[in-house]
Design a protein around this ligand. Structure first.
Ligand code: MG
Length: 375
């Protein structure tokens, strides 16, 4: 392994041995697929040329799932046994580390910017250690029994994150001397080796601890859809799966439910997929007269297969007539059953165009729909 002074080899240790009980999942929170499993994202942070090996401390129960998750990581991965505490997990992992420098990182900090990782490595090269930390924006205090017993000068208070980088020989020595439990590595180093150097971290480098943290980490995607159908004699008028009393209906290959079509297109667009005509062509006899709610159900499945769920929908129906307000609640109920969201998250409004344009002349109905998906 390379080890000239300016080109010391770097290992990463990922502490993933915990159960993540505070997150309230029925398994290791790092393996839960929220927007990708946190463990995979965290390992990817260190799958960089600067790092020559990744040592992951993980419980034997999670080992096979972790191996499957990490099969695309190029950097060699070594597994170490997870201990009952973070301290014991890191200690086990350190036994397997061969690099000159080691970056110890929490498995649940999967958003750490690459610039922070680089700064930690540089700090170890220049100062022998590099602890990622951010200045506290809140005033901190010491409290016992629900009472403040001492105040702290905020300018001296930092919140410690990871990675925490060290010369491997130093931190291995500190861990071999350490007794009792420590919640991070800088405190082990401080007690047995010396004062570790701070590297300014990043606010985005959050630790996924509680279920709310996972929700915050969710990604949202917006989409819009627009559709128009012309009025025609001898057809039923269907909007959002509801039969509307009207002397004319809308022309189309399916039931011509213009509202449901616009919503389908908005959903597909938000998920980066093709439009409704691609999946349900109007040249296919299979879709002749089909209920568009059925197509909507299939669209919800299509986006679901790609990890998307609907957060909310907002659509405006543009029609000079008929009057639609008496139908809105029933339309929402129909859509809600198919999309599996509460009617509170379905905003359906209707407007006229003051007799202007093709909708104003009563030639057809247009719908504009927006959606937000969560991944
Ligand atoms: Mg259409």
């Amino acid at each position: 392994m390379k080890s000239s002074p300016n080109n010391l080899s770097v290992s990463a240790v990922i502490a993933a041995g915990g159960k993540g009980l505070r997150a309230g999942f029925d398994k290791n929170k790092l393996l839960v697929d929220v927007c990708g499993a946190p463990l995979k994202k965290t390992a990817k942070l260190f799958d960089i040329p600067d790092v020559s090996e990744i040592v992951i401390a993980i419980s034997g129960d999670d080992l096979s799932e972790a191996k499957e998750l990490l099969k695309d990581i190029h950097t060699p991965i070594i597994f170490a046994a997870g201990g009952g505490t973070r301290f014991l997990s890191v200690k086990n992992a350190l036994d397997k580390v061969t690099g000159d420098i080691v970056l110890i990182h929490d498995g649940a900090r999967c958003f750490c910017p690459s610039s922070v990782i680089k700064s930690c490595i540089d700090s170890v090269k220049n100062h022998g250690s590099g602890i990622c930390a951010i200045p506290s924006v809140d005033t901190a205090c010491i409290a016992k029994g629900g009472e403040i017993t001492d105040s702290l000068d905020r300018n001296t208070v930092y919140n410690i994150q990871t990675p925490q980088g060290f010369l491997t020989k130093d931190i291995k020595r500190a861990y071999s001397l350490a007794e009792g439990d420590f919640t991070d590595d800088s405190s082990v180093y401080l007690k047995y080796i010396g004062r570790p150097k701070i590297v300014i971290g990043d606010k985005s480098n959050i630790k996924l601890t509680f279920k709310e943290d996972f929700k915050q980490a969710m990604e949202f995607f917006t989409g819009t859809g627009f559709d128009v159908h012309a009025f025609a004699e001898g057809r039923d008028l269907i909007l959002g799966g509801e039969r509307i009393s009207c002397e004319k209906g809308l022309l189309g290959h399916s039931d011509a439910d213009v509202l449901t079509h616009a919503i389908c297109d908005a959903l597909l667009s938000a998920a980066g997929l093709n439009d409704i005509g691609f999946y349900f062509p109007d040249t296919d006899p299979k879709y002749k007269g089909v209920s568009s709610l059925k197509l909507l159900g299939e669209v919800v499945c299509l986006i679901g297969e790609r990890g998307f769920a609907v957060h909310n929908i907002s659509a405006v129906i543009i029609a000079q007539s008929p009057k639609l307000s008496p139908y809105i609640d029933r339309i929402k109920a129909n859509l809600s059953k198919v999309i599996h969201i509460s009617t509170d998250l379905l905003g359906i409004t209707a407007t006229t165009t003051e007799k202007l344009g093709f909708t104003g002349r009563g030639e057809g109905i247009a719908v504009n729909a927006s959606v937000m998906l969560k991944k």
